[in-house]
Design a protein around this ligand. Structure first.
Ligand code: SF4
Length: 194
């Protein structure tokens, strides 16, 4: 099957690409991630995708436009829902591209990450597949988590330290913010248990 693989970054694509090819699919990639900030980080991740594409003889379409405004216009005032919104932006673009370019199926490297909402991704991909008359090519790519990490280190690919958006960058580095979030969650849980 001709499959369009949405790419969140280079390292996360290694294992899914290997698995899809092993199953006999003809795989092309789409890098479309308006969520990645700031600009230098976006460029680094785009560069890693290019390196992988060259090394693996992997045809990839790259959206070079930096999506700061596009992403924030969707997410601001809806920060609690930012991940589903972020998935939606990227998955919709992927299925639209797949339809426009005559692919039979699609999937996403977001299914490789242990940190994403796997169940939500599956549900939304299934809905989009049905609505666009495409096959959603599912596999639990998380099984290759360590293999993908090892391969990316061997290849010397840039490995990102946080998910992508500016909010996740703060979550990664701001220890006081993390503590506050933990305390808020504990307070909410205590209230719910009363
Ligand atoms: S944490 Fe990751 S998935 Fe969630 S909105 Fe930010 S970049 Fe997107």
């Amino acid at each position: 099957m001709r499959v369009l693989l949405h790419l969140c970054c280079g390292p996360c694509a290694i294992y899914p690409l290997k698995r899809l090819r092993a199953k006999g699919h003809e795989v092309s990639g789409l890098f479309y991630n308006p969520n990645i900030h700031p600009y230098q980080e976006f460029r680094r991740r785009m560069g890693a995708v290019r390196e992988l594409a060259d090394a693996a003889n992997f045809p990839v379409e790259i959206e070079r436009k930096y999506g700061l405004s596009e992403y924030l216009q969707q997410v601001v005032f809806h920060e609690q829902e930012r991940c589903p919104i972020c998935y939606e932006m990227r998955l919709v673009k992927t299925v639209e591209t797949a339809v426009a370019q005559g692919f039979e199926g699609f999937t996403t490297t977001l299914l490789y990450s242990k940190y994403q909402n796997h169940g939500l991704l599956i549900r939304r991909c299934e809905q989009l597949a049905e609505a666009h008359n495409l096959s959603f090519v599912y596999e639990d790519f998380r099984e290759g988590w360590q293999e993908g990490i090892d391969s990316s280190i061997e290849m010397g690919l840039y490995r990102q330290p946080y998910c992508g958006c500016i909010y996740s960058e703060q979550e990664r580095y701001d220890k006081r913010w993390k503590k506050r979030r933990k305390a808020e969650a504990a307070a909410r849980a205590a209230l719910q248990s009363q």
